[in-house]
Design a binder for this molecule. Structure first.
Ligand SMILES: NC(=O)c1ccc[n+]([C@@H]2O[C@H](COP(=O)([O-])OP(=O)(O)OC[C@H]3O[C@@H](n4cnc5c(N)ncnc54)[C@H](O)[C@@H]3O)[C@@H](O)[C@H]2O)c1
Length: 389
């Protein structure tokens, strides 16, 4: 595959992610073939992509929508991928289904076609194991909505050919994305490092230290995040957010740092999925008012610092375990989940000794492994050192 060329790109799955990735690839100049087992989903994707591209042209954000639409084609079987240089899979998040798709896919594409999965939580090594030539398989993880979110995590499996991740990284840059390279470990970068944003907020709420509205207020008005944890969980949907937490927890051999919460599990069980079902942590029914926060700045600071210390600890731990470079961890959290600044930079600004002391005092109170400081944070904190960025 010559990445300078506009080779055809195949997309498997025409849902939220598949449609978005197809839009990105076609806008970048590639002919794109979209395949789905569900004809209704494929038709819906065709209609919504055409409408979206047309709207972008009307807003002056795309010079020629028709040219992009003309590069899109829709297929009801995978033989249409024969000439593709890259195929990205974005189907249901089930390992056995993905593996069977990859086995079939390998039989219809050229030997040098790159095969990628957009999985959020499955191991790339296990998906690649379904292929005879597993060295051309890797993860290319886009964020939702793919056309708007700049971050792309590129994830080599143990089987992936050594030069391939850099080649794909270059391609993603040509597509206008901000790619980072992440190790094939649960949650990659973003879905691992971001866990305490939800988990620690839930813990503070469950212990009765503060109510949801106050925690959301502290994280937005005081710490500068775009959305508070409860508003964000309701927005993502508990069927997605809770499942990611549980998967990360299970995949880390039940490390207590990632332990899911009963409050969120019960919402899922009740079908209170968040905004999309009209009720989650908050009610979105017509006429319902949002609860008011208690705007006490000192108490608010204690809340946001506690969540931030836990987030920084995750970022430092990811660095210690070489999940990604410091630069890529910073890029991932600012571009993938729009954090107001990189967590390592935030640690430098607060002082690594201060963050370490904060975590140690939580550990003192709870004596839970959840609050153990990363060995790297301890080393930096004791020496009062800054992360070189
Ligand atoms: N939604 C997100 O926020 C998000 C973000 C990043 C990554 N992901 C990952 O992207 C993938 C897709 O997620 P989504 O939200 O777009 O799902 P979705 O449910 O919106 O779409 C999945 C599509 O795949 C099709 N499909 C199912 N089985 C198939 C098969 N065997 N062959 C062909 N098509 C098949 C379905 O008909 C459906 O149209 C998952 O692996 C998910 O973990 C999702």
């Amino acid at each position: 595959m010559d990445i300078q060329q506009h080779f055809p790109v195949g997309i498997i799955g025409s849902g939220a992610m598949g449609s978005g990735i197809a839009q990105v690839a076609a806008t970048a100049g590639h002919p794109v073939i979209i395949y789905d087992t569900n004809p209704a989903a494929l038709e819906k994707c065709r209609g919504s992509l055409a409408a979206t591209l047309q709207k972008l042209q009307e807003k002056g954000k795309l010079p020629d929508a028709q040219a992009v639409i003309g590069r899109l084609s829709f297929a009801s079987d995978m033989n249409a991928f024969a000439a593709c240089g890259l195929v990205i899979e974005a189907i249901v998040e089930r390992l056995e289904v993905k593996k069977s798709v990859f086995t079939t896919l390998e039989q219809v594409v050229a030997p040098d076609c790159i095969l990628a999965s957009n999985t959020s939580s499955l191991s790339i090594a296990s998906i690649a194991s379904a292929c005879t030539r597993a060295d051309r398989v890797l993860g290319i993880h886009f964020f939702n909505p793919a056309p708007l979110m700049a971050l792309v995590e590129v994830i080599p499996a143990v089987q992936t050919a050594p030069g391939l991740p850099d080649q794909v990284k270059q391609l993603m840059q040509q597509w206008g994305k901000a790619p980072v390279i992440a190790k094939d470990t649960p949650g990659f970068i973003v879905n691992r490092v971001a866990r305490p944003f939800y988990g620690e907020a839930l813990r503070i709420y469950e212990e009765g230290i503060a109510d949801m509205a106050t925690i959301d207020w502290a994280m937005t008005a005081l710490a500068g995040f775009k959305m508070g944890p409860f508003t964000l969980m309701d927005y993502i949907g508990h069927d997605v957010n809770y499942v990611v937490t549980e998967t990360v927890f299970q995949s880390f051999f039940c490390d207590p740092r990632y332990k899911p919460s009963f409050s969120q599990k019960r919402l899922l069980e009740a079908g209170w999925l968040g905004r999309k079902s009209g009720r989650g942590f908050y009610s979105y029914a017509e006429g319902s008012a949002m609860p008011e926060p208690v705007k006490d700045e000192a108490a608010g600071r204690a809340i946001w610092e506690r969540i931030l210390f836990m987030l920084i600890n995750e970022a430092v731990d990811a660095l210690q375990w070489q999940i990604a470079s410091a630069e890529d961890i910073e890029l991932a959290m600012t571009k993938g989940v729009n954090y107001p600044k990189g967590l390592l930079q935030w640690c430098n600004e607060l002082g690594s000794g201060y963050v370490l002391a904060g975590l140690d005092s939580l550990y003192e109170v709870y004596h839970e492994d959840r609050y153990r400081a990363s060995a790297l944070l301890r080393r930096m904190g004791v020496a009062q050192k800054e992360f070189p960025l």
